[in-house]
Ligand binder design. Sequence first.
Ligand SMILES: [Zn+2]
Length: 167
Amino acid sequence: MCPRIAIVALVLAVTAVPGQAFGKSAKTIPAGELVLAGTPVRCGAARTVVTGLGEVAMTYPGYILLDPTLFSMPPAIQHFWYAHECAHQLFGYGELAADCWAIQTGKRLGWFGIGDLEWLEANAIRMRSDAEHPQAAVRLANLENCYAAAPDARPAKRVVVAFASGF
Ligand SMILES: [Zn+2]
């Protein structure tokens, strides 16, 4: 859920092969080829690495890292976390801004609803709190405000997921 650039960059400097840098079981998926909860998703030119992380997702410049546990979450939640990491990729946002962009994009495009926000609230324990990450209560309050402020999905514009730099 955060850009651990310093740590990851150190690992990459040693191996220079991102897919292998995260363990032999890591799988690298080219941009545009990731299917998440049955839906093709893309975040600009970012590749995806699937590997054990100890948290649901992380960002490294050019890569979105996903933990396999993400795939057992509801589809909208999978897309939310991918969008959160995509916000780091595209805009360099901090945690609260990335949360806001993800939930507002989901509401506007019709793939994230109030029930999905309730799921996040009920599973807030998954939200890590440390120097980079505000406490879960702060993040949830921010998510509620961002969700309320976003326009409802417009059916004529409904797209499931389409994260791209020109979006
Ligand atoms: Zn993050």
